[in-house]
Design a protein around this ligand. Structure first.
Ligand SMILES: NC(=O)c1ccc[n+]([C@@H]2O[C@H](COP(=O)([O-])OP(=O)(O)OC[C@H]3O[C@@H](n4cnc5c(N)ncnc54)[C@H](OP(=O)(O)O)[C@@H]3O)[C@@H](O)[C@H]2O)c1
Length: 324
């Protein structure tokens, strides 16, 4: 299948900003269609003749269908967030089906077996976080929906970038998220973008109907995570404890950052990760390496690199103060 026109949602987001340059270089004759609620977020691409920035709401199914037909979109990268994730994703899938132009879709979910009866039971027994549970519904719709297009699901684990969502880590040497002792796998958004490109290039031929777990085989505990940051920054980093007080105070911090609805939701999700862990099997890891054509980026390397930039920045701020 020739990759002619690729529609990418959340292009300005964590994955999107790594994905767009990679798509441009990997598919030199493809056109990119970027729906966005705010065109200014994608201002850096406005002069690129291969990119169409379309301002509107991806919650509007008629508009999405129109984008597909008017740009002859044959490939979609679907990344959905928000409290309306279920409505948006289902209407979007239906729009792609109606368009008749879409031949392959890559969907961003989360790592895990979320479609077998045992997998679904395990997920629903433990999770209450809606933005986790919605993913299994979308994955099942892809499996049973009888779509004309082929699809591949990406299953990332915890993004490296999440570490920077709370301001305390670099400012106060305090890691806000109680990661607990079971351990979580970590993934770089660059690797998620690379997996998306591989799945798009494949066009459903060998990766169609498959889910690719993405991230480290190692599951990092709270102690290990704080230890990595302490070592890299050269000063002590403490991490919020995964105990009653820790969960209460984390929810307060989470609400302050993201509001009441998301604040609770995020706390619910992390609590399960802290107690059960989150990661992948050795077979899933090997499949990821095969798809990426390399080992995934290492969390430790990312921490070291980021801490180095932070230290360099502090050094230059100090020397400015001294000379000023
Ligand atoms: N963070 C993690 O550790 C992790 C792990 C596994 C899976 N995931 C999943 O990865 C996805 C997030 O990926 P990301 O971090 O790359 O995205 P992101 O950075 O959160 O994407 C933000 C962009 O998505 C669009 N968006 C936001 N709210 C929306 C809404 N209600 N409806 C439609 N579009 C909306 C907006 O773009 P425009 O305004 O330009 O349209 C926004 O700029 C989520 O589905 C999440 O559950 C995350």
């Amino acid at each position: 299948m020739a990759i002619e026109s690729i529609l990418v949602t959340a292009a300005s987001g964590n994955i999107g900003k790594r994905l767009i340059p990679l798509l441009l270089s990997s598919f030199p004759s493809a056109k990119l269609v970027l729906p966005t609620s705010s065109a200014s977020r994608l201002a850096s691409y406005t002069s690129n003749p291969r990119i169409s920035i379309e301002e509107g709401s991806i919650t509007d199914p008629q508009w999405l269908e129109h984008l597909c037909t008017s740009h002859a979109v044959n490939t979609v990268f679907l990344n959905v967030t928000g409290t309306d994730e279920l409505f948006t994703a289902m209407n979007a899938l239906d729009s792609f089906q109606r368009s008749g132009t879409v031949k392959h879709l890559v969907y961003v979910s989360g790592a895990g077996d979320w479609t077998s009866p045992a997998g679904i039971q395990a997920l629903f027994e433990r999770h209450t976080a809606a933005h986790v549970l919605v993913k299994t519904v979308v994955e099942q719709k892809l499996q049973y929906g009888g779509f004309h297009f082929t699809w591949t699901v990406l299953g990332p684990t915890l993004f490296f970038d999440n570490d920077l969502r709370f301001p305390n880590l670099l400012k106060n040497g305090y890691y806000d998220i109680p990661l607990g002792s079971a351990g979580v796998s970590r993934v770089s958004c660059a690797d998620i973008a690379l997996a998306a490109v591989k799945a798009i290039a494949d066009g459903g031929k060998t990766l169609g109907g498959k889910k690719i777990a993405l991230g480290s085989l190692q599951q990092y505990t709270d102690v290990e995570t704080a230890g990595l940051w302490s070592e890299a920054l050269g000063r002590e980093v403490r991490i919020r404890a995964a105990n009653v007080e820790g969960w209460e105070s984390f929810e307060v911090a989470s609400v302050a950052l993201a509001g009441k609805v998301w604040g609770r939701e995020i706390a619910l999700m992390y609590r399960v990760f802290a107690e059960d862990g989150w990661g992948m099997s050795a077979e899933e890891y090997a499949f990821q390496v095969q798809v990426l054509g390399k080992e995934p980026e290492r969390y430790r390397d990312w921490v070291v690199e980021l801490a180095k930039g932070e230290k360099d920045g502090m050094e230059s701020a100090r020397s400015c103060e001294a000379s000023g």
